[in-house]
Design a protein around this ligand. Structure first.
Ligand code: KG4
Ligand code: ZN
Length: 345
């Protein structure tokens, strides 16, 4: 079965084809970074318009690259939430229209389920159950994952998401959008510990996080008299170290609590090398293993959506050919997700 995946929830247009027998056949991505950079963040209306412009081209390119034609597609998986409403509408309407035209099912997929399952696409995938650390621009959650759609929330951020904290902190110290990778780059040139930032909720004895205080502490340090341009790298390094310390400690506590030995890291911040180094070292001490998506699949992409749809279909979720009706869900909690509905049309 060949599943076409379409992702348009935010500022990346992603298209992919996943074959349940052969794996990922190909994927194409268009990032809108250049489009939004001048505004310092994502402009929703510009994002929607660009998805409309890019999606048909990416669909054609993906099919050409995989040597397929439209009639080779057996099902379409698309991100129906959470995300920007207008952006979600583009992918959803194209997917459902294609479903009607081809007479195949079009499956709405939860964007975070895509991230969560994306490490299973790697060469050495984990098996269920595992603990998942989901660290994206909009979410920071620790979950116990028992199977597709079987997610138990262990803890989450009470304010900003980890990626959001990276982005806002980057902006505070004058780095360009997208802030996360820029801050990580600057941190490489600095030394953590010269500035002292808090490790929020490190000892809270739960699996929750808080990042907004950290951002405020950065603002305070950066506005202090005597703070000069050359201090920015040390401040960036200390911010990154503080965020990583908390993410690592809580992830290890979640492994201990669940008694599991596999940690899956998903979402854009999972691309952060300091986080990877911290998690790998801490997990090794516990004889646990950390799994990441392939680097290019850490941030938003169509492959994870095609794969999540394919996993649901393989788990027996029944899907009828599209009747063209759909609804997007800009706000959609992962806890509302259920295991595949076997035998229910
Ligand atoms: O998963 P993602 O692509 O989109 C969402 O679903 O949110 O995550 C994007 C987030 C952004 O906040 C971005 O700054 C952050 O991931 N990010 C990073 C790195 N690469 C992406 N944060 C820290 N270090 C990185 N290397
Ligand atoms: Zn994402």
């Amino acid at each position: 079965m060949r599943v076409l995946g379409i992702e348009t929830s935010c500022d990346e247009t992603g298209v992919a084809v996943y074959d349940t027998a052969l794996g990922l056949l190909g994927h194409r991505l268009h990032s809108q970074i250049d489009l939004h950079a001048a505004y310092g963040g994502v402009v929703p209306e510009l994002a929607s318009r660009d998805h409309i412009r890019r999606l048909p081209l990416l669909l054609r390119e993906t099919l050409e690259a995989t040597g397929l034609v439209m009639s080779d597609i057996d099902a379409i998986a698309y991100t129906s939430g959470p995300g920007l409403a207008g952006a979600l509408l583009v992918g959803s309407s194209v997917a459902e229209a294609l479903g009607v035209a081809l007479g195949v099912p079009a499956l709405p997929v939860h964007h975070l389920e895509g991230h969560l399952l994306s490490p299973l696409l790697s060469a050495t995938p984990p098996g269920f159950p595992f603990v998942a650390l989901l660290v994206s621009g909009g979410h920071t959650q620790l979950m116990r994952v028992a199977g597709v759609g079987d997610y138990t929330l262990l803890g989450e951020t009470v304010d900003d998401a980890a990626g959001e904290a990276f982005d806002k902190t980057a902006k505070l110290i004058g780095l360009p959008y997208p802030g996360g990778p820029a801050l990580a780059g600057l941190a490489l040139e600095g030394t953590p510990g010269r500035f002292k930032l808090p490790r929020p909720m490190l000892h809270s004895k739960d699996f929750d996080f808080s990042f907004s205080g950290l951002k405020t502490a950065v603002l305070t340090a950066a506005s202090a008299p005597g703070f000069v341009e050359s201090d920015r790298a040390d401040l960036a390094a200390e911010f990154q170290a503080a965020a990583v310390d908390v993410l690592v400690a809580k992830s290890m506590a979640a492994l201990k609590h669940t008694g599991l030995k596999q940690l899956v890291v998903a979402g854009g911040v999972g691309a952060n090398l300091a986080l990877r180094a911290g998690l790998n070292a801490a997990a090794a001490k516990r004889r646990a293993k950390v799994f990441y998506p392939e680097m290019e699949l850490c941030t938003d992409n169509g492959a994870m959506i095609a794969f999540a749809g394919a996993m649901r279909l393989m788990a027996g979720e029944q899907a009828m050919p599209s009747d063209g009706r759909f609804a997007v869900r800009p706000r959609w909690s992962l806890q509302e997700i259920t295991p595949p509905k076997v035998g229910v049309a």
